[in-house]
Design a protein around this ligand. Sequence first.
Ligand SMILES: [Ca+2]
Ligand SMILES: [Ca+2]
Ligand SMILES: [Ca+2]
Length: 247
Amino acid sequence: MKNPVFIATAAIALAAAAAHGAVIQSQGFEGTPTQGWGYALTGTGGSVSNESLAADAPASSRVRSGSYSFQHSATAASVQASTLAFDPVSLTDYEDVAVELRLASISKTSGNGNDNADLVQVFIALDGAAFSATADLTVEGNANARWSYTSGTGVAEVTVGTPVPKFQPAGGASRTTDGYSKLLLNIPDSAASFALKVVSTNNATGEIWAIDDVSVSGTLKTVPEPASLGLLVLGGVATVAVRRRMA
Ligand SMILES: [Ca+2]
Ligand SMILES: [Ca+2]
Ligand SMILES: [Ca+2]
């Protein structure tokens, strides 16, 4: 006869395997700001757009998923910044949590792109705290640096609370290994919640920072609560007692 406690334990283990890398929240900018992971957009130069032109460099590369992405492009030859502020996320059921953003640096012509002082800054505030004035992760342009979500293979990875220098391509024009298209921020397991803010800055109408597929993933905690563990044990004992009476 199969042991019901063993079966229950195996079921919990299977659930844990399925939950590893579970997506907690995501935003691909395909609907309204209230669909998926909610956010608010403020500032100047930023918009959710389905524009992605063959004349761009890299060509037709502003959108990674679906038909839309967030795009920041100054509307005049002056420094403009826009802010995406995402709704706070509770992490009480999760561990090994990471935030991922995908980033492309696009030119509306063949020769523009993001430069020194053109920035994407990612801020994470833990457990209801205010945002720090210092970004947790910064990607900076360089001499009209350009890359798509795929031609740029650089990964900019930090652990929140451990400041690192900015990530910046070593030179300009088309970038590959130092075109930072994947931004990863690891959240300490001690955090019960966090908030995310992304500030994009540039200063020419031909420059675009394109952001798509912002997501939070983690591992569902699998420790059974004492009450349900007790019920499992009681259930096993009762089953064994019934079998003994039937034998
Ligand atoms: Ca999208
Ligand atoms: Ca430029
Ligand atoms: Ca610039």
